[in-house]
Design a protein around this ligand. Structure first.
Ligand code: CUA
Length: 325
């Protein structure tokens, strides 16, 4: 599926040779916890394996009748090898717990954005009602995400921020970050969620506060200064339609191609035909299971968009589909 390749411009900046760049205020703390666990494991590995190899060579059985000296209980050794690991484990716990608490509780002055995940797109809703498919945030300001899923488990993951949080149907989860640089970052879904999971990517765009305010104001007016088919074209990617529908006639993705279908008749699953007109398109957007196309049945993989799109947005999408030849 050609359209499931990462979008152009999709990248994660390098930091060290094994971790991405640290681009949020919390990233150094998360990496510190990672380093503690990593280097401790390397040291312990050497402490165990090197003596083991030496002992195997030095104390190996050299003659068939050789019998080793009997060993007994040694209280000092028992205490030493219980207390030292306990202290190490408690130390790791403290480092981890401090970072976990810091990452879990968003600062009180955070800017709040609602996140909706669905198969297979992200939708971001801002305080002024604007919705987008890219996450726009002010840089150098804590941003709190209140997230929920419309269907299955997804996971919000921005490697450069060191933020990863499950997005769950029927409940809200939160995450927060403060981007340290106004630039573009990459957002991934980190929970396997079906066919187009690997294409469930989005950009995170961090702006200077002034630039963000201007962007938000413009985003709040989206569609008002566009012709319906142009607005529909914009919505087609913004609402994630393009993840599953090609506009190339006949090209089958998760769903049927929308290229050249307007005015034709479609065979339905379970028999019968329907003319592809405005009413059929509207019904299929709002309630995809009402009339499923023959080879895509018995039920549609598409989530219903009823309550997700406003009437003028449905109109715009239909206007756009009519232009697809
Ligand atoms: Cu959503 Cu994987």
């Amino acid at each position: 599926m050609d359209n499931l390749q990462p979008q152009s411009g999709w990248k994660i900046d390098d930091g060290t040779f094994w971790l991405p760049k640290q681009s949020s205020t919390i990233a150094p703390e998360i990496d510190f916890g990672w380093d503690v666990a990593m280097y401790l494991a390397i040291v312990l590995f050497i402490l165990v394996i090197v003596p083991m190899v030496l002992f195997v060579m030095r104390y190996r059985r050299k003659h068939a009748d050789e019998i080793g000296a009997p060993t007994g209980h040694n209280t000092t050794i028992e205490i030493v090898w219980s207390v030292i690991p306990l202290a190490v484990v408690m130390g790791c716990f403290l480092v981890g717990f401090k970072g976990f608490m810091h990452a879990s509780v968003a600062p009180a002055n955070s800017y709040e954005i609602a996140v909706t995940a669905k198969k297979w797109a992200w939708v971001f809703t801002y305080p002024n009602g604007a919705t987008t498919d890219e996450l726009h945030v002010p840089a150098n300001r804590p941003v709190k995400l209140v997230m929920s899923s419309q269907d299955v488990l997804h996971s919000f993951y921005v490697p450069e921020f060191r933020v990863k949080q499950d997005v769950v149907p029927g409940t809200y989860t939160t995450a927060w970050f403060e981007a340290t640089e106004p630039k573009e970052y990459s957002l991934l879904c980190a929970e396997y969620c079906g066919t187009a999971h690997s294409a469930m990517l989005a950009k995170v765009v961090a702006h200077e506060q002034k630039e963000f305010d201007a962007w938000l104001e413009k985003a709040g007016r989206a569609g008002q200064d566009l012709a319906p088919d142009a607005y529909g074209k914009e919505l087609f990617t913004k609402s994630g339609c393009n993840a599953c529908h090609s506009v190339v006639p006949g090209q089958r993705l998760v769903g049927p191609s929308l290229g050249g279908i307007f005015g034709k008749n479609e065979k339905l699953h379970g028999g019968g035909e329907v003319p592809v007109d405005e009413n059929y398109l509207r019904e299929s957007i709002l309630n995809p299971n009402a009339k499923v196309v023959d080879t895509f049945g018995p039920s549609s993989a598409m989530p219903p968009y009823k309550g997700q799109l406003k009437d003028n947005q449905v109109d715009a999408l239909i206007a756009y589909i009519k232009t697809l030849k």
